[in-house]
Design a protein around this ligand. Structure first.
Ligand SMILES: [Zn+2]
Length: 580
């Protein structure tokens, strides 16, 4: 998505599944009653007790190389004890939170799972819809908080690994997911889940009628109101000499009540004496939110006894604060380095906690990110490289103007949504039959500064011939009916900006392109069944779900990713002289 706000903060049918496997297993156990205990024991030892999926929103792959020297907690442990895929990247164009989490959770790309963006233009309703908005769901706030709307994964066309796990264990597995963002918590769990919770912008911990509320979350929310963090200050954790780059990042934006330089006080608007909207915005963009989420996770493990069941449990946590910090201060800020240092500490404590409760080696952890982020354009410009901001309202005006002399009724554009252009009803069909008008539109777009290419829907929906890298990435993001009529690809280091023409442009940065700074993310595995080491093969985050599925004996019907067999422990070789 483009920059749409004052600060970085605001930017931002299930298949019927055959149950034959379960039925076979059940009858097999019944037929061999005396072997049941032994079979169960063997099964237990060949499955992790808990799958932990961690997502760090907007964590670039190169942060590991650049900042690992400052880590001593969980991130360091993943590096030293885990399998690190250093060349992991999303291969598609829509590098946003909802597509990224859906890809990690299902093992498929947006062209398959259909979560093409955080929000898209609904042609039937003639309005923007978010990827999780569900007219049949009703959100519910914990601890007397307020919320609105309704969210679920009903628009996700592929089941998540977590829901397949639960289905294929006959419901014995528990699925628990948390995040600051609805689209992250929900897509990690899938269409159902036992405890799925996220935060409303009002600061309330919420879930929806589709998932239902859990008593332990209610208790946690009551005991730990976010307001308790009011008055705290986020100061650098390390000595000044430990940080790379300038203390004030070039082109940094601000968050209401903050400056562009440390320290950042969580006191809301200037003069506020109690938590206000600005305070919740500050809190979400601070390490205190990550710590809060970690405590909630620990409460879930203890309350539900995760990892102590007959079946493998699933715990998904998406840490959102890095995204808010990255949008505002950029990838070359002290803030981004500092929040990673603090997240490393939180993750270290979480892993130590899981060692105690579940047992080291009894659980498997996967960590990745939903997307990376671009450098701030004005910062990049210092190097002499072409970088900038592409105004979507200006682009829209160009399209309208191009069709003005050709007798098209205004407005021809129904909506510019990120890189997608949606025409008003009937317009695109008419353009396809009108080469002169189509050329006028495509010329108007491609001559705009910052535009690299423009692709028509029909070039993305059935791309089989060898194609340019950006178009290939757009093909993997294209889902007929949801994606736009045109896809506008900006040049590298160019951001999209939705601010109305003539309004004062804020800086800060964003993501959502097919370029490596947005696509390259970390992929780590650690624990049960994992062969530690550094892996240089290019892989994608869609490989995470198939790999977890293999470790837990789960079958995924469709997948675009592959099993990362190179990082799985090989069974011990039998000492045999037999030749075949
Ligand atoms: Zn973002």
């Amino acid at each position: 998505m483009g920059l749409t706000m004052k600060s970085g903060l605001r930017i931002c049918r299930v298949l019927a599944l055959a149950a034959t496997g379960i039925a076979f297993l059940a009858s097999g156990v019944g037929a061999q009653g005396s072997k049941t205990a032994a079979v169960e024991k063997a099964e237990k030892s060949t499955r992790p007790k808990l799958v932990v999926l961690l997502v760090v929103d907007q964590m670039r792959g190169d942060y590991v190389d650049k900042f690992r020297g400052k880590w001593s907690g969980g991130l360091k442990r993943l590096l030293t004890e885990g399998a690190w895929f250093r060349a992991a990247a999303f291969p598609y164009a829509a590098t946003e939170t909802c597509p990224g989490h859906s890809t990690i959770s299902t093992g498929s790309f947006p062209a398959s799972h259909g979560m093409v963006a955080n929000a898209w233009w609904d042609r039937e309703q003639q309005k923007m819809v978010t990827c999780t908005s569900d007219p049949n769901a009703k959100n519910m706030a914990y601890a007397g908080g307020s919320t609105k709307g309704g969210d679920s994964a009903w628009r996700m066309q592929v089941p998540a690994y977590a829901e397949e796990l639960k289905f294929q264990t006959g419901g014995a597995s528990r699925v628990v997911t948390f995040s600051m963002k609805a689209r992250s918590a929900i897509t990690m769990a899938g269409h159902k889940g036992d405890a799925v919770a996220w935060f409303d912008t009002s600061g309330a911990l919420v879930t929806s009628s589709v998932f239902g509320s859990m008593p332990f979350v209610e208790e946690f929310a009551k005991k730990n109101p976010v307001a308790q963090d009011f008055g705290k200050t986020w100061s650098p954790a390390l000595p000044k000499t430990a940080y790379l780059y300038d203390e004030t990042a070039t082109g940094a934006a601000t968050i209401d009540g903050w400056t562009t330089t440390f320290p950042h006080a969580l006191r809301g608007k200037e003069g506020s004496t109690e938590p206000d909207a600005a305070f919740y915005e500050q809190w979400t963009a601070s390490p205190f939110a990550d710590t809060y989420l970690t405590k909630l996770v620990e409460a879930a493990v203890d309350s539900l006894g995760l990892g102590k069941n007959s079946a493998t449990d699933f715990l998904g946590v998406s840490y959102s604060s890095v995204d808010y910090v990255g949008h505002t201060f950029g990838p070359r800020s002290w803030e981004i380095q500092d929040i990673l240092v603090r997240l490393d500490k939180d993750l270290g404590e979480l892993l130590a906690f899981l060692d105690k409760r579940v047992g080291a080696g009894n659980y498997v952890v996967a960590l990745s990110a939903d997307h990376g982020v671009a450098p701030i354009p004005v910062d990049m410009q210092k190097t002499g490289v072409d970088a900038g901001v592409l105004s979507l309202p200006e682009l829209q005006a160009r399209i309208e103007k191009a069709l003005e002399p050709l007798n098209y009724a205004k407005p021809v554009v129904a909506r510019m949504a990120g890189n997608e252009v949606y025409f008003s009803e009937g317009v695109y069909g008419r353009l396809k039959a009108d080469p002169v008008a189509m050329k006028a539109v495509l010329d108007a777009i491609s001559t705009m500064p910052g535009v690299a290419a423009v692709y028509r829907a029909e070039e993305l929906g059935n791309g089989t011939t060898p194609i340019a890298q950006t178009r290939k990435a757009a093909v993997l993001s294209y889902f007929a009916g949801r994606s736009g009529d045109l896809y506008v690809s900006q040049k590298p280091y160019w951001l999209l900006d939705s601010l109305p023409e003539g309004s004062k442009r804020v800086t800060g940065t964003s993501h959502g392109t097919p370029y490596n700074y947005d696509q390259h993310v970390p992929v780590f595995f650690m624990g049960f069944g994992i062969q530690p080491g550094e892996y240089i093969e290019p892989v994608t985050p869609a490989d995470i779900a198939p790999t977890l599925a293999t470790l837990t004996g789960v079958t995924l019907a469709t997948r675009d990713g592959r099993v990362l067999a190179e990082a799985l422990r090989k069974p011990a070789k039998k000492d045999s002289t037999l030749r075949h």
